[in-house]
Design a protein around this ligand. Structure first.
Ligand code: TYD
Length: 237
């Protein structure tokens, strides 16, 4: 059966995720792959309806547990309606934020119990875990400057408004996840020019894509997992 690839992009505000996802999608499409670009919170009609409730701050007065459950509800619908069907038909799915954003924003800086967060994650993903997670690392002060520039006259959302110290804790938490799961995660430094960042991402993705799908987008039988993790490969990039 065809089995595609599920890649997630994570990081703080202003890390440049959407630019890099668009570039990678174009590169992969040129190679002949079907690419599905999606994002969280949202990505399916049900999840987009929940997105507005969360990002407007309407759920904030009810506490972090309420928000975490809403993110998980949105994710369950997104996985079920969009991500899993795409991966099953052999596509490459590029998703802007996924489980690690919940682990970091709700779990670490929201102060929720790890067991509660793990239970929500399990229900939301229902077995569809990312094959690769690209963590775009940015110094939070620089990230906030970029996010403010990008926003222009638009008001900051619920999360962009938070203090620099909170953003620093999130950066540390993303880096801790990468250290704990080197087989799944690769950290890419975004202080370099966007073209260099894009090259580092392509290198991290290429080996996985070739092994799974072949250069022309044909599904191939899976090969045994290599000894070096994703992080090791990008380190050499
Ligand atoms: P969004 O406008 O999509 O911005 P970004 O470019 O930062 O991804 O906003 C999504 C916000 O929601 C972002 O601040 C992170 C937050 N978030 C969580 O707190 N938990 C989650 O599980 C997800 C997916 C996002």
């Amino acid at each position: 059966m065809a089995r595609g690839i599920f890649i997630t992009f994570e990081g703080g505000e202003g890390a440049g995720k959407s630019t890099q996802i668009a570039r990678l999608a174009a590169t992969l499409r040129e190679l002949g792959h079907e690419v599905v670009v999606t994002r969280e919170p949202g990505g399916s009609p049900g999840a987009e309806a929940v997105r507005h409730v969360i990002l407007s701050g309407a759920a904030e007065p009810f506490g972090p547990a309420m928000e975490a459950i809403l993110f998980a509800a949105a994710r369950a619908d997104h996985v079920d309606q969009v991500i899993r069907p795409a991966v099953e038909r052999g596509a490459i799915v590029l998703c802007d934020r996924f489980i690690d954003s919940s682990r970091v924003y709700q779990g670490v800086t929201g102060g929720l119990e790890p067991a509660f967060m793990q239970a929500l994650e399990k229900v939301a993903v229902a077995g569809t875990m990312p094959d690769l997670t690209v963590i775009l690392d940015v110094d939070p002060a620089e990230g906030m400057r970029r996010a403010t520039r990008r926003r222009g006259d638009e008001a900051a959302d619920r999360y962009e408004k938070e203090a620099l110290e909170v953003h620093r804790r999130r950066r540390d938490a993303f880096l801790a996840i990468a250290r704990a799961e080197p087989q799944r995660c690769v950290v890419v430094d975004t202080t370099r020019a966007p073209t260099k960042v894009a090259t580092a991402i392509v290198r991290a993705v290429q080996a996985l894509v070739t092994r799974r799908l072949g250069a022309g987008g044909r599904a191939q039988a899976p090969r045994p997992v290599e000894k070096t993790g994703a992080a090791g490969k990008a380190g050499a990039a």
